[in-house]
Design a protein around this ligand. Structure first.
Ligand SMILES: [Zn+2]
Length: 125
């Protein structure tokens, strides 16, 4: 895995101006710079063919953005799953509460009142 990503675009003259988009590159884990570096979209560049961008500028590469590990799509998935789990849990909680209420209503007339009265009388002198 990689620690993060960086932005870089082809140097002037390498490609058409319309293709000089800011690609997203995974920062390699190795300390030595690799011979070729491949953007998230699959575009590959050799040494000296890229200028690194410290800030996003110009046209971003849309394919890089949609496949970016830090994009909105991937982090959304576990969150969506969590939401579904929480919704199911909430539904179960509602059902349990309903059962509790029904039980209390059924038992209340017979047991609960007696128990409450017994507990109260135990506590009182
Ligand atoms: Zn790209």
């Amino acid at each position: 895995m990689t620690d993060g990503v960086m932005l870089a675009r082809p140097i002037p003259g390498l490609v058409n101006a319309s293709q000089r988009v800011s690609h997203v590159f995974p920062i390699p884990a190795t300390p030595a710079p690799p011979r070729r570096i491949t953007a998230l979209c699959g575009a590959s560049f050799g040494p000296g063919q890229l200028e690194r961008l410290d800030n996003p500028s110009g046209m971003p590469c849309e394919r890089c953005l949609t496949t970016s590990p830090q994009g909105a799509r991937n982090p959304g998935l576990p969150t969506a799953r969590l939401d579904a789990i929480e919704r199911t849990l909430h539904q179960m909680q509602v059902q349990i509460n309903g059962i509790k209420t029904a039980l209390a209503a059924t038992l209340g007339e017979h047991h609960d009142h007696d128990e409450v009265r017994r507990k109260d009388s135990d506590g009182l002198p």
